[in-house]
Ligand binder design. Structure first.
Ligand code: ARG
Length: 610
């Protein structure tokens, strides 16, 4: 067994920077190397003990430490001299993990690890359900606010990204051991309900339940959407109806029984439609996660009182507002949050204030994430500022607006239907699945139709998610079904296919249970690259948890698939003599499991055949 070195890690941890150790005791090579360099720094220059060893993967060696330059600057030493003494010290330490350390440039250390250390990683990760990944977020409670569609309106392209990104972050943080609370902040309250309920009452013949439509109608339109449009048209055209609708709002707000009952029916009908989308997307959201705006109604009055008492909110012509101390509008006046309108009504701002207060003071969240498009950045900035001033949001709680860009249509503009309307989410998914059906059929001309349908569904949905998650989230991206479902390039289908191909190699190997890794085998360059890439899995997951950028994981999985291809092109697996065959099978198996698991964290299926 290799000295992966608890003693080494101890030193690194003392430096104040925890390095992940999985529950099964697996330490990534990056961590061991960083710990070794950290120790060397402490020995060579005790005054610099605890400094960050700045170790990264490198093209020139396995790892590189860039610490000597900044440390020399800090301590007045010559960079080359400091780096040289680190090389010398690391050599003399005779570590089992480190094969060689050489000096490069004005003070970089190029570090090569031993073949045995890489093999030992492979076998340790393979033996662990968690693939050697530490549970770095254990003990943390995270509320993730995502999806948040609006009741009585159909989910549209605008809800795609929040649902997909939020789902992936929920999976990543959950895997890292966090206590994740998924909060689907449904738009289930507001003045529009007065109009809808009044219209239903006056037009009892209007179908507004989806199952009242014929199958043909139901596949093309949403009954609730039709109701919404009809009610809106009437509201805008008929002053008296509008007045009756407004009185209905009051009836709803004051708890009139029949009005509230009708409202509940409408919410339930909408939730059915949302569930159908969530089901198809395969996201984790369930009805237990629906905590709509209405949930916060009973807390609104208290929230306002507290904000007034703390003089965070002020009266402004009868309205209660929070004037920002940080942000000013175009006319140089402070940006404001509308806490309560002058007519006594509450809106989106009021609810979000009550929501953040509840999540911190009642749910005791350590971390709050809000996944909405970047156009809501100012809104959340103001909500966070108010929460800070109110004393709810302290330094013990982190809060992030997880902003993302727009989904663009084929013309490079925000996605609209040909007629200029909003694109239904279901239609988008259908388009992607249809495109996937074409490529999957080309690849498997002999499969029966039902099987092709099932594969196309997984490939199409996976393609939509991957296209979204592989783009840096703040950027816009174009929804292009043909490109998203291509078998080549950085696509979900490519990764699913790479995974399925390795599964097929493994199926042919048969004797997988007996795989054992012989650490004395010399690694070829492609094997080494693959082994080191596999070793970086936990590091990239941690990065996603910190930066809230799933595209880092997507990019990692793509690199991993490519590293496997390069390996498989040059290293025969099934026909290699033992013990090389066993080692290569272990690399293949760990790659398949890592790809499958990583796709899972993105919410993407990894079928064994494609
Ligand atoms: N319903 C809102 C929308 O469709 C999204 C809700 C986001 N969450 C929140 N706490 N404001 O834009």
């Amino acid at each position: 067994m290799l000295a992966r070195g608890p003693e080494i890690l101890g030193a690194y941890r003392r430096s104040g920077k925890e390095f992940q150790v999985s529950p099964a005791g697996v330490v990534p090579l990056l961590g061991s190397v960083a710990a070794a360099v950290s120790e060397a720094i402490g020995r060579v220059r005790p005054d610099l003990a605890g400094a960050d060893p700045i170790v990264r993967r490198s093209d020139r060696a396995d790892f590189q430490s860039n610490a000597a330059l900044p440390l020399a600057k800090k301590s007045g030493a010559k960079p080359a001299e400091l780096a040289e003494s680190l090389v010398w010290d690391l050599d003399a330490a005779g570590l089992e993990v480190v094969e060689s350390v050489t000096l490069s440039g004005p003070g970089f250390l190029n570090i090569v690890v031993t073949d045995a250390a890489i093999w030992s990683q492979v076998s340790a990760r393979l033996a662990d359900d968690r693939l050697g990944v530490a549970a770095d977020a254990a003990g943390q409670r995270v509320v993730i606010d995502y999806s948040g569609p609006n009741v009585a309106k159909e989910m549209h392209v605008g809800h795609l990204r929040t649902t997909i990104i939020g789902d992936s972050l929920a999976r990543v943080l959950d895997f890292l051991g966090a206590d994740v609370i998924r909060a689907n902040h449904l738009g289930d309250w507001g003045t529009q309900f007065g109009m809808l309920i009044q219209y239903i009452d006056e037009h009892p013949e209007t179908p507004w339940h989806q199952d009242e439509l014929t199958d043909r109608q139901a596949s093309a339109v949403s009954a609730l959407d039709m109701l919404y449009k009809a009610a809106r048209t009437r509201f805008d055209a008929d002053q008296e109806f509008a007045d009756r609708a407004r009185r209905r709002v009051v009836a709803l707000q004051t708890g009139d029984e029949s009005t509230v009952a009708r409202w509940k029916e409408i919410v339930a009908e909408s939730e059915k439609a949302f569930a159908a989308i969530y089901d198809r997307l395969g996201v984790l959201l369930t009805s237990g996660d629906y905590v709509g705006e209405s949930f916060y109604n009973p807390m609104l009055a208290d929230t306002v009182t507290e904000l007034l008492d703390k003089t965070v909110a002020i009266d402004s012509d009868g309205a209660i507002v929070v004037a920002s101390q940080d942000v000013t509008g175009p006319d140089d006046t402070p940006a404001v949050l509308m806490v309560r309108k002058s007519d006594g009504g509450y809106g989106y701002d009021s609810t979000d204030l009550a929501t953040i207060r509840y999540r911190i003071t009642s749910l005791h969240a350590d971390r709050l994430l809000y996944v909405t498009d970047s156009r809501q950045a100012l809104h959340f900035q103001l909500v966070f500022e108010a929460a800070r001033r109110a004393g709810w949001l302290t330094d013990a709680v982190t809060v992030d607006h997880v902003a993302y860009g727009t989904v663009l249509g084929p013309d490079g503009k925000p996605f609209k239907t040909r007629a200029g309307g909003t694109v239904r989410l279901m239609d988008l998914l259908d388009d992607a699945v249809t495109a996937a059906r074409t490529v999957v059929t080309e690849k498997n001309p002999d499969l029966p139709a039902a099987e092709l349908d099932a594969i196309a569904e997984q490939a199409g949905i996976g393609a939509v998610k991957y296209a979204d998650l592989s783009t840096s989230r703040i950027k816009d991206y174009t929804f292009d079904p043909a490109r998203m479902t291509a078998f080549t390039g950085n696509t979900g289908v490519y990764l699913q296919y790479a995974h399925a191909r390795i599964c097929s190699i493994l199926r042919k190997a048969e004797d997988l249970d007996g795989i054992s890794v012989d650490p004395s085998i010399t690694l070829g360059p492609a094997e080494r690259e693959l082994g080191l890439t596999l070793d970086g899995y936990g590091t990239v997951i941690d990065e996603v948890a910190t930066t809230l950028e799933p595209h880092r994981l997507a990019g990692y999985l793509y690199e991993l698939a490519r590293a496997f291809t390069a390996f498989y092109d040059t290293c025969p697996v099934l026909t290699a003599p033992e013990p090389v065959r066993g080692n290569r099978l272990a690399l293949s198996q760990l790659t398949a499991r890592t790809l499958g698991h990583g796709l899972g964290l993105l919410g993407i299926a990894a079928p064994e055949r494609l």
